[in-house]
Design a protein around this ligand. Structure first.
Ligand code: SF4
Length: 561
């Protein structure tokens, strides 16, 4: 029997596979991306990168209703995209287990906000499990599928960046390899319109069922194996401890590090909360601390129940915790400083890779005095020096739509000087709807798609424009020309140019800026890192040829042969 070190993300994939998951889908987003990558290719499971998180969840609900255990993965802001099906899936229930991973990002390591998705579990009335290490990530994934089927509900599994990416030991397999247990339900859809067709008359009845389910979940939380109290050795059963801690997730590890003898109530099921268990624990400690990252979710609930505790007074609600922060908050001795590295590491600013094919676009946009409405991904880095060429960035796909909003009210001298810039993956995710909105509403706008042939920022995942799907099998890629044609964008307002053809890019920007109506500029240049990978699998020449052909057929001004 071997012990193994796995990252939290790898452990979720392992736990899902061991639990007999049939379908895994999601949208890449740090820190969640590696879960599906670790699951892909395992026998007995279909995996896909979906177009966006909403689509992934809808595929997931469909698969679960048809009897297949399903894992859907996304980063925390992805849940915003998936929120629409989420709230109604809570009503329909799932039949086979449906586990939704939300990978939250305290400290905003690679995100545009720091939201705490425990709030989604509360709002959508969906239970949530939160592991503290890789073994729990594996185990809780299995528990989440069981909880989902027992209570006929989607279940959230909350990861955080630190947990997703750090490695810890998992319990050895019984044999040489992990064992898969086939899921209990036989595949097959059983029609039940009153449960699965959420017209208002049906949904009203399901609303009651959801409340009934929450009550049963609250009861189940009291004894759920993911929640446990750890009393210090030798503490008499009737003794009152000087202080105790309620915590969950990664902060649990910090509490154990800085206060190993403290009584701890460790919550693994973080929604709904086990009221009796919490009250019982609180009654046995003089000072009750709540150590939770981001929002005071547990603290607020405790105080609403009249249970006094110390939370935000001692621990900030901003950013990621560390053993030092937890020690300071608990009034414990600070942990010994870790060994300082022997090497001086040069601080590297984030930025586009040197030689990135699309850097010239940013230089030109700034030189030509455009207001730049930007988007998520590598090209968000256009805001930084030396380009300083981005003025807004809100969320995925918002570059096109925000540009439309700004154009409505800017003074005449700024009219026609707003350009929206978006990557290919993001364009497929939710940029296309913005383009459709502009066409439909007869708007003006210059929209620039920087197509690098992959989803570079999250680690080179394919997308609907890259001609491949998960596992690098070939896929049809969306045809910009046909898309533009379908949207009634005239030929002379669509240009496809080579990212290394700097003179043509400048000319195209000037030419298109001088026109009215919706204008689409596609700048094609393979990501350098993806290019290296394509070279290794001997696909580089093919990809380059396809791109050259696009440029040839739709050069500036639509003067194609
Ligand atoms: S990862 Fe690729 S697309 Fe992103 S900045 Fe680097 S070269 Fe450009």
């Amino acid at each position: 029997m071997h012990t193994r070190l796995l990252s939290g993300n790898e452990a979720v994939a392992l736990g899902a596979w061991e639990a007999g998951v049939a379908v895994g889908c999601g949208y890449p987003g740090t820190p969640s991306t590696e879960i599906l990558e670790a699951l892909a290719g395992k026998p007995g499971v279909y995996t896909e990168w979906s177009v966006n998180e909403k689509v992934a969840l809808e595929v997931g609900v469909g698969a679960a209703l048809a009897g297949g255990r399903t894992l859907v993965t996304m980063k925390h802001v992805g849940v915003n995209v998936a929120a629409d099906p989420l709230f109604t899936a809570s009503y329909t229930g799932v039949r086979a287990g449906l586990v939704i991973v939300t990978a939250d990002d305290p400290e905003l390591h690679s995100s545009q906000n720091e939201q705490d998705n425990r709030n989604y579990a509360i709002a959508a009335k969906v239970p949530m499990l939160e592991p503290s290490d890789s073994q729990e990530a594996r185990e809780f994934t299995r528990l989440a599928f069981e909880l989902s089927e027992t209570f006929d509900t989607p279940v959230f599994l909350r990861m955080t960046t630190r947990l997703s990416h750090s490695k810890s030991l998992i319990e050895p397999f019984a044999g040489d390899a992990p064992q898969r247990t086939e899921a209990p339900l036989a595949p097959g859809f059983e029609p039940d319109p009153r449960k699965y067709v959420m017209i208002p008359g049906h949904a009203r009845a399901r609303r009651v069922a959801v409340e009934d389910r929450m009550q049963r979940l609250i009861e189940a939380a009291e004894d759920h194996p993911a929640n446990r109290i750890e009393w210090p050795d030798g503490l008499p059963a009737d003794a009152i401890a000087e202080f105790g801690v309620i915590t969950s997730g990664i902060p649990y590890s910090y509490v154990k590090e800085v206060a190993p003898q403290a009584p701890v109530l460790k919550l693994g099921l973080v929604h709904p909360l086990p009221r009796r268990l919490l009250a019982e624990f609180a009654a046995r400690v003089r000072w009750l601390y709540v150590v939770e990252e981001l929002d005071p979710v547990i603290e607020t609930q405790l105080k609403a129940w009249g249970i006094d505790c110390v939370g935000r007074e001692a621990f900030s609600g901003i950013g990621e915790f560390s053993p030092t922060i937890v020690a300071r908050g608990l009034g414990r001795p600070l942990p010994a400083p870790t060994l300082s590295p022997q090497l001086e590491v040069t601080v590297r600013r984030p930025g586009l890779c040197p030689g990135c094919p699309h850097d010239h676009v940013f230089t030109e946009l700034r030189r030509l005095g455009f207001i730049v409405s930007g988007d998520i991904g590598c090209y968000s880095l256009g805001v930084l020096p030396p380009y300083n060429a981005m003025d807004t960035l809100l969320d995925m796909g918002a570059s096109l739509t925000m540009a439309q909003g700004m154009d409505l009210v800017v003074p005449p001298e700024q009219k026609g000087r707003i350009a929206a810039v978006i990557g290919d993956s993001t364009f497929a995710h939710s940029g296309i709807t913005g383009l459709l909105n502009a066409v439909w509403n007869g708007r003006d706008g210059l929209y620039v798609v920087l197509d690098n042939g992959t989803t570079a920022m999250t680690g080179m995942q394919p997308n609907p424009l890259s001609g491949e799907r998960m596992g690098r099998s070939d896929a049809p890629s969306l045809d910009y020309a046909l898309l533009a044609k379908a949207m009634h964008i005239p030929d002379d307002r669509l240009a496809m140019v080579d990212a290394y053809d700097t003179a043509t890019i400048s000319a195209a920007l000037e030419h298109l800026a001088g026109q009215s109506g919706v204008r689409l500029l596609v700048v094609l240049g393979l990501c350098l890192i993806e290019g290296q990978k394509l070279k290794r699998i001997e696909k580089l020449d093919l990809k380059k040829t396809v791109r050259r052909e696009l440029v040839r057929t739709h050069p500036l001004g639509g003067q194609h042969e």
